[in-house]
Design a protein around this ligand. Structure first.
Ligand SMILES: [Zn+2]
Ligand SMILES: [Zn+2]
Length: 259
């Protein structure tokens, strides 16, 4: 079988647009960073409570994005999606494909994420790296161990694209949407106009609870829906209170400090 290594415009779009969106959307949030009125944690906590310096996080994210770029283009070539580059399915077909991809991605991520917490060896050697950001910030969204990055984002994203049957052009929008949602979930800000917070119960505060030292047994669902947490009893509701010096304090519905 002839194997075409040619990279088309649509394939470049599918593999580079999500990277661009990640840094631009993250950059917008970083500009809001010092604005204490909307923060879940004081800005200085990013340096005092986290276990990874920001330079290390940026290097790790860039390395992950390079591997995603290579893997995405290989996926297009291997699955034959490259041949559909340039085609534009109807809006209805694209909508159906995006919903399927969201469900596949969420299901895969929930079970893998939960297992990475329950297996102490895997947590210690893989997933704890993502959790070294107790106070998460926008560009730390996909900071993780390279093997975890492979399992979660590269394989998970590939499965979602493959099973939904997306063209590279549709996957450019889907992957960019995933990148935005991931940045949003880690932005640490509850801005009043945020449409993600309106449409998704699984949002910044929901995932922030999971990042706290007491939250490791709850709110595994990511990045879109809270359904698996609710079905399988790992959902932890929370309340948000105004902080005196500005911003919010997130409190889980149950005292989890001793768990
Ligand atoms: Zn986790
Ligand atoms: Zn996270």
């Amino acid at each position: 079988m002839a194997f075409n290594f040619e990279i088309s415009y649509d394939m470049l779009l599918g593999s580079l647009l999500p990277v661009f969106v990640y840094w631009v959307y993250g950059g917008i949030y970083m500009a809001y960073g010092p604005c204490n009125n909307y923060r879940l944690h004081p800005k200085e906590d990013e340096d005092t409570k986290n276990f990874a310096p920001k330079e290390t996080v940026i290097r790790g994210v860039l390395w992950q994005q390079f591997r995603q770029f290579v893997a995405t283009n290989l996926l297009y070539m291997v699955t034959g999606a490259a041949k559909s580059a340039g085609q534009t399915p109807s809006v209805l077909v694209m909508f159906r494909q995006i919903i399927i991809a969201m469900l596949v991605f969420d299901t895969y991520q929930y079970f893998l994420h939960r297992y990475l917490h329950q297996n102490k060896f895997l947590y210690k050697h893989l997933h704890s790296k993502h959790h070294s950001l107790v106070v998460s910030y926008p560009f730390g969204a996909i900071y993780s161990h390279p093997i975890e990055g492979l399992l979660f984002d590269i394989i998970g994203g590939s499965l979602a694209i493959y099973f939904s049957g997306m063209t590279p052009r549709t996957s450019a929008f889907f992957s960019s949407f995933c990148a935005m949602k991931s940045v949003d979930d880690h932005c640490g800000l509850l801005l009043p106009w945020n449409p993600f917070h309106f449409f998704f119960q699984n949002n910044t505060a929901y995932h922030d609870l999971h990042h706290q030292l007491y939250g490791g047994k709850y709110n595994y669902s990511q990045p879109f829906f809270a359904m698996w947490d609710k079905i399988l009893g790992t959902y932890m509701p929370y309340s948000l209170e105004k902080r005196e010096e500005g911003g919010f304090v997130l409190r889980p519905a149950k005292d989890l400090k001793d768990e």
